[in-house]
Design a protein around this ligand. Structure first.
Ligand SMILES: Nc1nc2c(ncn2[C@@H]2O[C@H](COP(=O)(O)OP(=O)(O)OP(=O)(O)O)[C@@H](O)[C@H]2O)c(=O)[nH]1
Ligand SMILES: [Mg+2]
Length: 297
């Protein structure tokens, strides 16, 4: 029977780095809100994505991957964002990789248990599972790990079973009126989303050389008559990194800019001009004051 009564609730997407949380958010919403890459620790800030599904409003919170926050202040910030997002949500979707349950998943599970919210396990990347017969034993193994409210195998990237997952999430949300207007997609302002688009291109291009030393801020968004001009600054920690980010005769920066501009135009649905600068702030990722100035507060 179709449930016509409105439901609404906050749903944290939690898991180890790189299990596909942000990809899942984007594919559930059918639009790109959260940045993704092959590198672990891509997402740094919690981000809300609102998905209206039948009579239910699913308020997803994409979170940074939960890991042991060793080393830099930036890692502590990221794990703090993830754990903070688990507190007070109505439901958690814990993502694991279909290749199997790992030690890092145990740590995530413990934090979810501490937070006390009911939890659905999404086994992601099943498109990579060969042979398919490995799925049933995996589901059995996952069942033994935690008192999950449900276990749903999906592929975020290939859009497999995402409707099943949304149905299952909706069924576990409390009844109640929707919190956000139907057309609202996120709680984050435009400059944040623009800066994240640029950071995605930086991570995808330079993730191997500069895994964690880059940050991006958007300084200006000027809406002209037929074009929106965006001014963004890419921050690195050393002069050598600045040279890498700019590339030979500016080639790297130009290609980052070209890729980011395409996504920006898709987001704002109009022509854009993107101006990029690269600046050095020594050791910003380990100094809380410097981090705050770059938006990590
Ligand atoms: N084959 C396959 N790859 C996937 C799937 N979902 C995500 N990926 C890939 O996994 C990688 C990590 O995806 P993200 O969405 O950035 O992962 P995340 O969990 O948000 O990572 P962090 O933000 O670093 O914690 C990317 O290369 C994705 O394309 C899937 O269902 N199948
Ligand atoms: Mg992510």
């Amino acid at each position: 029977m179709i449930d016509k009564q409105p439901r609404c609730g906050y749903v944290a997407l939690a898991g180890r780095p790189n299990v596909g949380k942000s990809t899942l958010l984007n594919h559930l919403l059918g639009r790109k809100l959260s940045i993704t890459s092959r590198k672990p620790q891509t997402t740094r800030h919690a981000l809300i994505g609102i998905h209206n599904h039948g009579a239910a409003q699913l308020v997803f919170v994409d979170t940074p991957g939960i890991h042991k926050p060793q080393g830099r202040a930036l890692n502590r910030y990221m794990v703090g964002q993830a754990l903070g997002s688990l507190a007070g949500v109505d439901l958690v979707v814990m993502l694991i990789d279909a290749r199997g349950w790992q030690d890092g998943d145990d740590m995530v599970r413990r934090h979810i248990e501490d937070a006390g919210a009911p939890c659905i396990c999404a086994i992601n990347k099943i498109d990579r599972l060969h042979p398919k017969e490995r799925l049933l034993p995996l589901i059995d193994a996952v069942r033994g790990k935690h008192d999950f409210a449900a276990i749903v195998p999906v592929s975020a990237l290939k859009n497999m079973a995402l409707d099943d997952l949304a149905d299952t999430v909706a069924r576990h949300l409390p009844r109640g009126e929707h919190l956000f207007a139907a057309e609202q997609a996120t709680d984050r302002p435009l400059p944040f989303l623009l800066a994240e688009i640029v950071r995605e291109k930086v991570v995808r291009r330079l993730g191997a050389e500069l895994p964690h030393q880059t940050a991006v801020t958007v300084e200006e968004v000027i809406a002209g008559a037929d074009c929106t001009e965006v001014h963004a600054v890419i921050y690195v920690e050393r002069d050598t990194q600045k040279r890498i980010a700019i590339g030979k005769r500016g080639a790297m920066l130009r290609s980052i800019g070209a890729e980011a501009r395409k996504d920006i135009e898709m987001l704002i649905d109009r022509k854009a001009r993107l101006r990029l600068w690269v600046k050095v702030v020594p050791r910003w990722s380990d100094r809380e004051r410097a981090m705050q100035r770059l938006g990590y507060r």
